[in-house]
Write a protein that binds this ligand. Structure first.
Ligand code: AMP
Length: 277
């Protein structure tokens, strides 16, 4: 069942809720891969009804070219979701989500400020706004998000607490290709050579995390990781940072959970990844 309007979605969701069924939502921007499907399968196990939303949210793109080039593959996506299966796909047009006169934005500071928030101004306000709306539209009990976008997951956890949104947020493990590259809808934009080099991102931060666990200096380990990536052909390493896993603030306290997060450009494609330290 592919739904295009909020009214249709609401009618379906209301029926499920009235029957006492628990609804899980998996928000995506489409161009689905195994990472997305793992979220949908987890929702399938834990909920009576599963809705996958497919919406390329213009408000979370700070780069118009990235928005224009973002892959859109609804038919193939629906076929993949049928293998889970999910109960409904919500794939609204932009003016259904942001009709004329739309003026409300959810703005966040704190965990939304550094790293992706710094490099992509407005990105997390766009995410927080659309996630708040999708939770409201789907009337979901549980929302499924990937650790691939670690900062986004922390932002959404904070959002539901701050706004008393009655949705349990579930963080799911990053699904990787066999060579370690984190699956991403943007990977299809890599050239064949770029695709060969791309796993160096994960390999380099994994090595740095291991060195740090073995007592090497944080800064040195990170500098070596950046050097490895540049040597492999990455055009630009935007950041490699060791942060508190929850607040995303700088952390040199090994007793608290820490996360290494990285963003880098290869073939004109921006790749991100993160791992526990
Ligand atoms: P996107 O379509 O890129 O907005 O991603 C939709 C959801 O899928 C987000 O919660 C992502 O974190 C999650 N996701 C994307 N890639 C992966 C992956 N490789 N493993 C696990 N989850 C992922």
């Amino acid at each position: 069942m592919i739904l295009k309007t909020v009214d249709d979605l609401r009618a379906v969701a209301r029926g499920w809720r009235a029957a006492g069924e628990k609804i899980g939502v998996v928000p995506t921007m489409g161009a689905l891969h195994e990472g997305h499907l793992s979220l949908a399968r987890r929702a399938r196990q834990e909920c009576d009804r599963v809705i996958t939303t497919i919406f390329v949210n213009p408000k979370q793109f700070n780069n118009p070219d990235d928005l224009k080039k973002y892959p859109r593959t609804l038919e193939a996506d629906a076929e993949l979701l049928a293998t889970v299966p999910v109960d409904a796909i919500f794939a609204p047009p932009v003016d259904e989500v942001y009709p004329d006169g739309f003026i409300t934005t959810v703005t966040m500071q704190g965990v939304a400020t550094p790293l992706e928030g710094h490099m992509r101004p407005g990105h997390f306000d766009g995410v927080a706004t659309v996630v708040t709306k999708l939770f409201g539209m789907t009337m979901a009990d549980r929302g499924y998000f990937g650790q691939k976008d670690w900062q986004q997951l922390q932002v959404v956890l904070r959002l539901v607490r701050d706004l008393n949104i009655p949705v349990t947020v579930v963080g799911c493990e990053t699904i990787r290709e066999s060579d370690g590259l984190a699956m991403s809808s943007r990977n299809v934009r890599l050239t064949a050579e770029g695709r060969q080099k791309a796993p160096v991102l994960y390999a380099a931060i994994s090595r740095a995390a291991e060195d740090i666990r073995n007592g090497h200096a944080d800064r040195m380990a990170i500098r070596e990781a950046a050097e490895t990536m540049r040597e492999a052909g990455f055009e630009r390493v935007e950041y490699i940072e060791l942060r508190d896993a929850e607040t995303l603030m700088p952390s040199d306290d090994p007793r608290r959970p820490r996360r290494m997060l990285a963003a880098a450009w290869l073939d004109g494609v921006r790749l991100i990844d993160n791992i526990p330290v």
